[in-house]
Design a protein around this ligand. Structure first.
Ligand code: SF4
Ligand code: SF4
Length: 101
């Protein structure tokens, strides 16, 4: 008999492919120049540049069909540093667990 830890049976692995891009609903400030196209850039109440979010709450650069970033190579620094499986990631997944596929 194979010994599989119980957690592997009962808890799905944390992976972006089982997540509805929860973190792409967060406000993303543009603090460095990475080449984000102008059409995806908005200005916040304090005059800072942020990623534009559409009425559904997700970042304008997110492909709504694939739930993947359409500007991955040019995505902001904050998106690059957001780590899958980290506390923030787990919090976001928990927050909208009902929309998981
Ligand atoms: S919240 Fe975590 S699992 Fe979901 S898309 Fe973001 S990094 Fe991936
Ligand atoms: S730029 Fe890409 S990774 Fe960053 S929030 Fe938008 S869709 Fe998500």
């Amino acid at each position: 008999m194979t010994n599989i830890p119980l957690t592997e049976i009962t808890e799905p692995a944390v992976t972006c492919s089982t997540c509805a891009a929860c973190c792409c609903q967060l406000e993303v400030m543009l603090i460095t120049e990475t080449g984000v196209p102008e059409r995806f850039i908005d200005t916040d109440d304090w005059g800072g540049e942020v990623m534009l979010r559409l009425d559904d709450g997700w970042c304008a650069a997110l492909d709504r069909n694939t739930m993947m970033c359409t500007i991955y190579e040019k995505r902001p620094l904050i998106c690059r540093e957001f780590e899958m499986g980290d506390v923030e990631c787990l919090n976001e997944r928990q927050g909208i667990a009902t929309v998981y596929r």
